[in-house]
Design a protein around this ligand. Structure first.
Ligand code: NAD
Length: 421
């Protein structure tokens, strides 16, 4: 984990990105000011009864960045580093992401500053339920729909759904997405973000004439996004040569046995498999600089910065995580002709299938997995083609192209709605 003084503000990164795209788009200064600010922010300090009988006060956030194109949408993160600026940045990226894949949602995000690894299941449930109660004035199927993010999962979504439903007096499936299947979750949602990362990386490889079969892939983070993406690359015949968690990673230049490594992580909370004797341990910093074809940062923000961008050897970077690359690093990578599939495109599979889940909940429908996967794949491929097209036409890097597409769609919607009153 990075020391506090080495941390780069995600909000600064998000603002800089908007500035670059806004200049290209020639946006109205008033609109620019509007999109650099969040619409609504709620900070809550709330008590939770811990297992030892003590009371601990937690701080949580829910931020709605922009709702011009639809209700707010965005995950809830449980992490010690969660703060208001991080949640603001993540909410802003959600606005652009939903617009890039042309889903009728706005952008929102939430989180609780906590160390979930040191908490029992019961403490996590108590914290989740109280946090839900605190932010219930802001969320709802027509207002703002949370989903999983770092260290939250379908079980946490189930507690949110239950607490919100208790408050209303009836079951409200559509208040969160990423729920367990038994509670109105959608087939394909758990896999959606990793699948979208794989599909867009595959499109990038096709564009560069790089065969996926045999391609050397490095994945940072092995949670919902990284773990699933690694499995799709593996299934497609790529060689996943390294994968990591917060403690470090495993590396084998001939390729890891992905299912063994992930199984070990699931069972023992560690990546070092007894079967992987020929794999070496590696730090997260070393992993990013490995010689590979496709690098998939799928953990946290600010991993590729001006300090290591010159040492990255990948041909393609597909950002599973939100905000893993700083604008300074972007410029270096672009100069070095490393092809970037930016976060607001690469990891948009999650919000896309969240939208499918929400639609099914509102209409009480149950779509089959094939339908969902086909629709997701079509949207990811179409969005990749649209971003690539802008990048080639406007002669800008892929991130700027994605921002031009996303921010441009929000600007268009704002123009049509006008400014109230
Ligand atoms: P997760 O909690 O399922 O997994 C997080 C992974 O990151 C774990 O493997 C963890 O060990 C690893 N990790 C944590 N700290 C690390 C560190 N300092 N260095 C290296 N690895 C570290 O979370 P997730 O849902 O997979 O989310 C990962 C990223 O993807 C986040 O940036 C999140 O915002 C983004 N994202 C998630 C979704 C989704 O649907 N879950 C959608 C879009 C984007």
């Amino acid at each position: 984990m990075k020391k506090k003084e080495d941390r780069i503000s995600s909000l600064d990164v998000a603002m800089k990105q908007v500035q670059i795209a806004a200049e290209k788009l020639g946006l109205d200064p008033g609109f620019c000011e509007k999109i650099t600010k969040t619409k609504r922010e709620l900070i809550v300090h709330f008590p939770v009864k811990m297992d030892d009988g003590s009371i601990k006060v937690f701080t949580g956030y829910r931020v709605q960045h922009n709702m011009t194109r639809g209700p707010g949408k965005g995950g809830i993160r449980y992490h010690p580093d969660v703060d208001l600026d991080e949640v603001r940045a993540l909410a802003m990226w959600m606005t652009w992401k939903a617009a890039v894949v042309n889903i009728p949602f706005g952008g929102a995000k939430g989180g609780v500053q906590c160390d979930p690894k040191s908490m029992s299941l019961r403490e996590l449930e108590n914290m989740t339920r109280r946090f839900t109660w605190e932010i219930a004035i802001m969320i709802g199927p027509d207002q703002d729909i949370p989903a999983p993010d770092v260290y939250t999962n379908p079980q946490v979504m189930a507690w949110i759904m239950d607490t919100y439903s208790m408050l209303k007096g009836y079951t409200v499936h559509g208040v969160v997405t990423g729920k367990p299947l038994e509670l109105g979750g959608s087939l394909g949602r758990f896999e959606a973000t990793g699948k979208g990362v794989f599909v867009t990386a595959q499109e990038a490889a096709r564009h560069l004439n790089l065969p996926i079969e045999g391609a050397r892939v490095v994945v940072q983070g092995c949670g919902n996004v990284g773990g699933i993406a690694a499995q799709y690359f593996d299934k497609a015949g790529a060689k996943v040569i390294a994968i990591s968690d917060s403690k470090g990673g495993m590396y084998n230049k001939k390729g890891l046995n992905v299912s063994d490594v992930l199984d070990c992580k699931k069972r023992y909370s560690c990546l070092i498999t007894p079967g992987a004797k020929d794999a070496d341990e590696i730090t997260n910093e070393e992993l990013l600089e490995l010689d590979c074809d496709i690098l998939v940062p799928s953990a946290l923000e600010n991993q590729i910065t001006h300090k290591n961008a010159r040492k990255i050897k990948a041909k393609i970077i597909a950002e599973g995580a939100n905000g893993p690359t700083t604008p300074e690093a972007d410029a270096i990578l672009h100069d070095r002709r490393i092809f970037m599939v930016p976060d607001i495109l690469a990891n948009a599979g999650g919000v896309t299938v969240s939208y499918f889940e929400w639609v099914q909940n509102l209409q009480e429908l149950l779509w089959n997995e094939e339908d969902i996967t086909d629709r997701l794949t079509r949207i990811m491929k179409r969005s990749f083609a649209e971003v690539l097209n802008i990048s080639q036409k406007e002669k800008v890097d892929m991130r700027t192209a994605a921002l031009i597409l996303g921010i441009g769609r929000v600007a268009e919607a704002q123009k049509l709605r006008g400014i109230y009153p």
